[in-house]
Design a protein around this ligand. Structure first.
Ligand code: PRX
Length: 655
């Protein structure tokens, strides 16, 4: 990694904001000064300016029982009212909220007034179905307007949503439904992906089916949107069609105020163990930072901009920068259902041209994919409407950054490389367009109001040029409030490492350059980042060993040109299985198995069948060495292995 770091740090291209852009920019350098002077006062001012509080708060941060923070705790607000009704009341009901496009090319324009009405009807339906404050609702939906409406309706009545990405398997869905104890699932028959309907309802049926252990699912109803028009099985009394109940419900619904710390959502993400963590976010602080960052980092001018974030609502980016941030700010945004390459590789650029997208936010893996296809495809479209480009999810290499700016951004648009996590809820590190001189490959600086440092293992600040661990040194409004049902895991995972200092440990390695700018270097734990999606080595390993052929498995994230990292598995087979079946075709079978068990995003790129795994004397698998093999490098220091010969055997088997 050190040569990679050195390459990065010798990157010396710089892009100063143009005078025109700076003159009209939403954010100014004064933001840093104001936040510096009085951090809590700064956040209070942002919150009052950006949100409507039905009961104004008088307290800002309560950090009396760390690591459990409370923000704006004595205030009360309604999240959906902030995202919808107030824009209508301010006379902007006719503004388009969603410029939706389905993968087959069908379109819907949904105004703020229409979305507000739909959410009110749905809120009434939810109440009739017995959903109330604090109840959990699982959403398993394609990228359609109903998905956004569902999140907001759940929020409107003070319930908690848990969105499960539609690409996750029935098993993954089941474990998330069970962990949260969801009472209702909102799904669709199916959604369009890659030119065909990908069914969703069958996975819900499977997730709720009796697994023979006598444990009754907590789910009472399943509300189904018709989208794919594929045939679905129906459980009378449990299943309801959206089109039967939502249009029939009353469009009157008053948005009640809830306390700022009312839970808003749970979102599961991979950690270092096999069990995904339910990251819990609450209301007032989360919406404050989602709105603040969306406005300042993207230079949003809601009256004129057309914003598009390509993330699915199954990920945190879809929560903060498709649902909550843009709607709180009254933005007009594109929502696209399908995949970038359907029906041909220029689909995204067609959408940008067609809707005149001005702000575009996507992931490095997509950018690298487009780079591979060549500049001819985007250059055949008119992308001149674009004025700000964003990147999220993984480090963006300087070459991809520069390509993005030159080819997509006509060599003029500012690029914001935004670092944050499911846990942070909103952007933490980023340039501010019109303010920051940008640097390809570096996420650069903490946003005004955010306190970040790079420290060594002992917690000492690293100087210019130094590498270490990224920590967040002060609580922030949209920080996670815990892990659903597991306060101990919350403390251990994020707060134990730098417990005496009270710092949040992000799990990322980072380096500071001469200017004090931050360069993110990837995870330092057993979490992988594949195409910007977080996966846990342990989760994939436990899926592999659940297969009848597998005795033992070790998974590593190996660097990959397009996806950033790729899943590579090393598997030892059971003698008994080998005797009966032999190893033929098994690697392929195991890849498919993981895809079915967890979801296609977790499917290993390579599965190597090996005789042994490298272990220390205490039995710990040395993944570092396996990563060397997976990346085709010379194997590093093997002296701590119990059996130092094992790596040459493995290398030979892999070749
Ligand atoms: O390793 C960092 C990487 O993605 C991780 C968080 O993943 P997730 O919770 O799924 O959220 C992704 C979208 C916010 C981080 O720990 N990461 C995210 N953004 C960047 C990044 N790494 C480098 N640069 C980024 N801009």
């Amino acid at each position: 990694m050190s040569s990679q770091i050195d390459n990065l740090l010798t990157e010396n291209r710089r892009f100063a904001p143009s005078a025109d852009f700076a003159a009209a920019a939403v954010a100014g350098p004064d933001l840093y000064e104001r936040a510096q002077e009085d951090r809590e006062g700064f956040w209070a001012a942002q919150s009052r300016e950006l949100l409507h509080w039905q009961e104004p708060f008088t307290q800002v941060l309560d950090w009396s029982t760390p690591p459990f923070a409370k923000w704006f705790a004595d205030g009360e607000l309604n999240i959906a009212y902030n995202c919808l009704d107030r824009h209508v009341e301010a006379g902007n009901g006719d503004r388009v909220a969603l410029l939706w496009e389905g993968e087959p090319g069908d379109e819907r324009r949904v105004t703020y007034a229409e979305l507000t009405e739909e959410v009110k009807r749905l809120a009434n339906v939810l109440t009739e179905l017995g959903i109330g404050e604090g109840d959990r609702v699982a959403l398993y939906l394609p990228m359609i307007p109903e998905a956004i409406a569902s999140m907001l309706a759940v929020a409107r009545i003070g319930a908690i949503h848990s969105v499960v990405f539609g690409g996750f398997s029935a098993d993954s869905l089941r474990s998330r439904i069970d962990d949260a104890g969801a009472k209702l699932v909102i799904t669709a028959d199916g959604g369009w992906r890659k030119g065909k309907v990908s069914p969703l309802k069958p996975a819900v049926d499977q997730a709720l089916s009796d697994r023979g252990d006598g444990v009754q699912s907590t789910v009472e109803h399943v509300l189904v949107v018709r989208r794919g028009e594929n045939d679905v099985a129906w459980t009378e009394g449990r299943d309801l069609w959206w089109h039967d109940v939502v249009p029939a419900a009353s469009p009157e619904h008053e948005a009640r105020a809830f306390p700022a710390e009312n839970p808003l959502f749970i979102l599961y993400t991979s950690g270092t163990t096999g069990k995904p963590k339910g990251i819990l976010h609450t209301s007032g602080g989360y919406l404050t930072q989602a709105a603040y960052t969306h406005r300042n980092v993207f230079d949003l001018k809601p009256e004129t901009d057309v914003y598009w974030c390509t993330a699915d609502i199954g990920w945190i980016t879809g929560h903060s920068y498709v649902a909550y941030g843009p709607l709180a700010n009254g933005a007009t945004q594109v929502l696209y259902e399908g995949t970038p390459e359907h029906p041909e590789p220029g689909r995204w650029w067609d959408i940008i041209e067609k809707y005149g997208v001005t702000i575009f936010y996507t992931a490095p893996t997509a950018i690298r994919g487009f780079m591979k296809q060549g500049r001819v495809i985007p250059q055949a479209r008119d992308l001149s409407s674009l004025r700000v480009l964003g990147s999220v999810g993984e480090p963006i290499n300087p070459e991809a950054w520069v390509w993005y700016r030159d080819v997509i951004g006509a060599g003029t648009t500012p690029i914001v490389d935004t670092w944050w996590q499911t846990e942070t809820g909103a952007i933490m590190i980023s340039a501010l367009p019109g303010v920051t001189e940008t640097k390809p490959g570096s996420a650069q600086v903490a946003l005004p109001g955010i306190s970040i440092d790079v420290v060594d293992e002992q917690g000492s600040h690293v100087g210019a040029g130094g590498g270490g661990l990224l920590v967040i040194t002060e609580p922030w409004p949209s920080m996670l409030r815990g892990i659903w049902g597991d306060p101990e895991r919350y403390k251990e995972t994020y707060w134990d490492k730098f417990g005496s200092q009270g710092w949040y440990f992000a799990g990322d390695g980072a380096r500071l350059d001469e200017d004090g700018d931050i360069w993110l270097l990837g995870r330092v734990d057993d979490v992988m980042n594949v195409s910007g999606h977080r996966l846990s080595t342990a989760e994939i390993e436990s899926s592999l060993v659940a297969h009848e052929a597998t005795a033992e498995a070790a998974v590593v994230g190996a660097s990959d040109e397009t996806t950033g990292q790729a899943v590579v598995a090393f598997v030892i087979l059971k003698e008994s299985y080998l005797k009966q079946h032999g190893p033929d075709g098994l690697a392929q079978q195991l890849r498919g198995w993981v895809g079915e068990q967890i979801g296609p995003i977790a499917r290993p790129r390579d599965v190597y069948i090996v005789g042994e795994l490298p272990k220390t004397r205490s039995g710990k698998i040395m993944r570092r060495l396996l990563r060397d093999v997976a990346e085709g490098r010379e194997v590093g220091d093997t002296t701590t292995l119990a059996d130092t010969a094992v790596m040459s055997v493995i290398s030979a088997q892999v070749r």
